[in-house]
Each structure stands twice: as C-alpha cells, then as structure tokens.
Design a protein around this ligand. Structure first.
Ligand code: HEC
Length: 139
C-alpha cells in the first residue's frame, strides 16, 4: 500500500498538536495569567459583586469592539455583565501591543467553554484605532 505523504504529515501534525497543548493560544494564556487573573481569577469567574466574570460573560459577545479598548484604556463607570451591574474601576493595561491584546482576547474567547469567535489582529487594531480614551459606560 502506498501512503500519501501529505496525509501522513497532517496526521503527525494533529498528533503533535493534541499532545502538545489543548490550548491553541499559549501566549494569550500566559499574558492572561500575568495581567488579568489576579482580578478576573484564573478560571475567569471574577469576584462576586466587584469584578465581572470573563467566563460566560455576555459582554464579550455583545461588545466585541469595546473589549480591546477596555484592556488598553481601562474601564470606569457602571457596566452590565450577565444582567448584573458592576461599578468598580479597571486600570488601563497600556504596555500590551495589539498582537498581545489579540492573543489574550482569543484565549478568553476559547477558554472556559466560552466558544466565542476568533478575532483577527486587524479587527482588534481597528477597534483600538476607534476607541475613545476612556469608554464611559456601555450602552
Ligand atoms: C485590577 C483588577 C483588574 C485587572 C488586573 C483586570 N481587570 Fe478587567 N475588569 C475589572 C473590573 C473592576 C471591571 C469592571 C469595570 C466597571 O465596573 O466599570 C473589568 C471589566 C472587564 C471587562 C468587561 C466586562 C466583562 O467581564 O466582560 C473585560 C472584557 C475585562 N475586564 C478584561 C480584562 C482583561 C483581558 C484583563 C487583562 C489584560 C483585565 N481585564 C485585567 C478589573 C480588572
């Protein structure tokens, strides 16, 4: 029997992928652990009444253009997540470039069963270009 080398290569790739990590966004995961998890918690659950969750947050899907802005410029004023109002301040995390922000967002979209869509770096960049410096509150 002749083995198609292309098929063999893709099988190896799939094996390596599965064996290596089940998370396709390792940089996003590392950056999340460093910059976000002390507030939003390693499992994305947030802190009851004070810090909104990122796991199963409806905000992520409803306001995809605002998420990159919140990461870069912070968030202040009332914000509604899963029907609950939060009103604390999230400080800006200004030392992340748009690649890193994209990786964090894609990790969050993938993690904790969120199952949200992949965001391209160009989409995140254009959202960042259209941020008002401090989004006052969501609509
Ligand atoms: C110092 C604590 C703190 C850190 C660190 C922090 N956040 Fe937040 N985050 C908050 C708070 C508090 C809010 C809600 C702000 C408000 O009430 O207006 C928030 C809101 C959000 C929201 C919108 C609401 C939601 O839950 O969907 C997103 C998205 C978000 N943060 C992502 C991140 C990401 C990504 C990082 C890391 C790059 C991060 N945050 C780091 C405290 C923090």
């Amino acid at each position: 029997m002749r083995v198609n080398p292309l098929l063999l290569a893709s099988a190896c790739f799939l094996l390596a992928w599965g064996g290596c990590s089940s998370n396709p966004f390792p940089q996003g995961e590392r950056l999340y652990a460093y910059h976000c998890s002390n507030c939003h918690m390693p499992d994305g659950s947030g802190l009851e009444g004070l810090i909104p969750p990122l796991a199963q947050s409806d905000f992520l899907g409803l306001h995809p253009e605002q998420v990159p802005c919140i990461i870069r410029y912070g968030q202040k004023g009332p914000i509604v997540v899963n029907g609950k109002t939060y009103d604390q301040e999230m400080a800006a995390i200004s030392d992340l470039n748009h690649f890193e922000i994209t990786n964090i967002i894609n990790y969050i979209h993938f993690a904790w069963g969120n199952g949200l869509e992949y965001r391209k770096v160009q989409e995140v960049q254009s959202a960042l270009d259209n941020c008002s410096p401090m989004p006052s509150s969501e609509k």
